[in-house]
Design a protein around this ligand. Structure first.
Ligand SMILES: Nc1ncnc2c1ncn2[C@@H]1O[C@H](COP(=O)(O)OP(=O)(O)O)[C@@H](O)[C@H]1O
Ligand SMILES: [Mg+2]
Length: 290
């Protein structure tokens, strides 16, 4: 009973999308009747082929695109043309292509752009910009022109651009695309840190291994519809969904499922746990086998 009550208290809907339909052109819908509720602090990964509607979904929920029908609520308040800035401010998007976002002549000016636009007092702008630059390890780059930075550095600037807004929900559209392995690790660390600080994270990715270990919820988009919504294990154990959305099974899940079937590892048969990291698997095999 106590546990149930705790769950009820902890559930706090921050974003509610109801029957959202969006079309760029009349005959072809990009999003068809999408309904989903996002809870505060969730780490949600959206999977789906190119053209499935992931980016369009992100642009509608932060008010850049206006849906033909449906409603979007942030903390219970429905989006209208009057309050769209509330959505822009509280739901930040780190776009896939950092290049297109950079407009200022220095990194510092670039990161200052958003809070200046919010018309915040000078000291508050300065405090936020310093904090965001520091957060993304960019203090030494602040006087550099963003255009001459490396891909990983540009990505860090585009994340600082959003962190400075202090948005409650942060969207990352294919954040690891085009990053080298070192920067991909950096990105995952930043995502984990933001999540630990109670930010709500929505991201799209084609990297199922990353989604499996990082997310606590997975949405699968296919042709503008949500065809699955569940825990990573629920979604990745569903071979029908994987086939329909053309998704691979995460390698670690494939390994654990195979090992369970061999029945050679007692500890894996006994445990209901599905480790999401190599360390977790090692721990389970080595600690329990003895
Ligand atoms: N600016 C646009 N104008 C017209 N059609 C678009 C535009 N952007 C995306 N689309 C179409 O909308 C659908 C969904 O695209 P998108 O949301 O970009 O998918 P994803 O991010 O999952 O790859 C695709 O059919 C795509 O071709
Ligand atoms: Mg996209």
């Amino acid at each position: 009973m106590a546990i149930k009550m705790k769950q009820v208290i902890e559930k706090e809907t921050i974003l509610d999308v109801k029957n959202l339909t969006f079309a760029y052109e009349q005959e072809k819908v990009a999003l068809e009747n999408i309904s989903v509720s996002i809870q505060k602090g969730e780490k949600v990964a959206i999977l789906g082929a190119n053209g499935a509607g992931k980016s369009t979904f992100f642009l509608t929920i932060n008010g850049v695109l206006h849906p033909q029908s449906g409603d979007i609520y942030y903390r219970g308040e429905a989006m209208t043309h009057k309050n769209v800035n509330t959505f822009r401010k509280n739901i930040g998007i780190v776009f896939q292509d950092a290049d297109n976002q950079m407009i200022a002549s220095t990194v510092k000016a670039e990161v200052s752009f958003g809070p200046i636009n919010l018309k915040l007092p000078k000291e508050e702008v300065s405090r936020r910009v310093d904090a965001a630059l520091n957060y993304m390890n960019l203090s030494d780059f602040q006087d550099r022109p963003p255009h001459y930075l490396s891909g990983g550095e540009k990505k860090r600037v585009s994340i600082a651009d959003i962190i400075v807004m202090e948005s409650e929900i942060i969207i990352f559209d294919e954040p690891t695309a085009a990053l080298d392995p070192v920067n991909a690790v950096m990105l995952e660390e930043v995502l984990t840190k933001l999540s630990d600080e109670k930010k709500t994270i929505l991201l799209s990715t084609h990297d199922v291994d990353f989604a499996y270990r990082f997310a606590d919820r997975i949405l699968v988009f296919c042709d503008g519809k949500i065809i699955a919504d569940g825990t990573p294990l629920e979604v990745f154990e569903n071979d029908g969904i994987l086939k329909k959305a053309n998704l691979k099974k995460p390698m670690l899940l494939e390994i654990v499922q195979t090992l369970k079937q061999t029945k050679k590892f007692d500890c894996l048969q006994r445990s209901e746990e599905y480790p999401t990291t190599i360390e977790g698997l090692k721990g389970l095999l080595l600690d329990n086998e003895s």
